[in-house]
Design a protein around this ligand. Structure first.
Ligand code: CUA
Length: 314
């Protein structure tokens, strides 16, 4: 995976570009105001010294203050209009033929579901969104427990996920790439480890990915993998996770049907390597203290076989 971009100053779509323009306008206006104020102070000091009295005539004071007030009002009103204009432009994306994605925030991970009129063709995954470039996307945002906030600085502003409500975000991505997102509303102990990534790719690559995600989990092929699946189905894993094509069908934790295709585990906490996966299964509290997944008390051999099985879930 190439470099991961997370910067509001490197926009990769129209919405983020608008926000970035507003940011630069505010930045340069502030620079100009700052320089003007410093220049005025310097002028006042030197003139006060030269003429020998620091208090200028009353009339010129009135004039200066009026001018400064008028300028301040003009600057503030201009920025207000620019801000409202940006808000309107960002919210006015035409969304015919938009791709619908539902994102639900949990403490502390993201459930992602791709809409389809046929329920069997819906795809559920976690913490990584593959999205096509050049096509409008409408993301419906919900929260399972507390308020979270969905923020991908390179693509859009923040939109909150509020329990009992549904918010929408419409965006379009112009440049392929990997964009990092982050929960932007403090939501408890592991708020900082509630990251996600957006993999923006061509329409073809996206459709291929989606089709692959629709398939059921591959069957285990070695005795160790089979033993791993057995532990998953009979053990505690199936109480919280879904692996389609197996007896694991719970929805409290991330869908693991194709977990091996994801680049991180624990919502961006660590990279998805066999070592990290084994450490996570042994005791997730060690890698992400407070996470809702408890230590499972599996034997070393069980941890190894579950790790071997999960790695086959491509
Ligand atoms: Cu979820 Cu902060």
């Amino acid at each position: 995976m190439g470099s991961i971009i997370q910067s509001a100053l490197h926009p990769a779509g129209i919405q983020a570009a608008r926000i970035s323009s507003l940011w630069w306008l505010m930045f340069w206006t502030s620079v100009a105001v700052y320089v003007a104020v410093l220049a005025a102070v310097a002028f006042a000091i030197t003139r006060g010294r030269r003429t020998g009295h620091a208090v200028p005539l009353e009339r010129s004071t009135t004039r200066s203050v009026s001018l400064a007030t008028a300028l301040s009002i003009v600057v503030l009103v201009t920025l207000l209009f620019a801000s409202v204009g940006t808000g309107r432009a960002v919210g006015s994306l035409p969304t015919d033929n938009a791709l619908g994605v539902e994102v639900t925030g949990y403490q502390w991970w993201w459930s992602v579901q791709y809409d389809n009129p046929v329920p069997a063709l819906r795809v559920t995954t976690a913490n990584e969104l593959h999205l096509p470039v050049g096509r409008p996307i409408v993301i419906t945002l919900r929260a399972f427990d507390v308020i979270h906030s969905f923020w991908v600085p390179s693509l859009h502003g923040k939109v909150d996920l509020v329990p009992g409500r549904q918010n929408k975000m419409a965006l379009q991505i112009d440049k392929p790439g990997v964009y990092r997102g982050q929960c932007a509303e403090y939501c408890g102990l592991q708020h900082a480890h509630m990251a996600f990534s957006i993999i923006a790719e061509s329409s073809d690559a996206f459709e291929q990915w989606l089709a692959a995600q629709r398939t059921e989990a591959p069957k285990p092929s070695t005795p160790e993998q089979t033993r791993g699946l057995d532990v998953v189905e009979r053990g505690p894993c199936a109480m919280c996770h879904t692996i389609r094509g197996t007896f694991a069908g719970a929805r409290f934790g991330p869908d693991l049907t194709h977990v091996a295709t994801r680049s991180t585990i624990g919502a961006g906490t660590v990279s998805n390597t066999p070592e990290h996966l084994a450490a996570w299964i042994r005791n997730p509290q060690h890698l992400k203290p407070g996470t809702r997944m408890p230590p499972l008390g599996l034997s070393q051999e069980e941890v190894q076989s579950v790790t071997a099985y999960l790695q086959t879930l491509r």
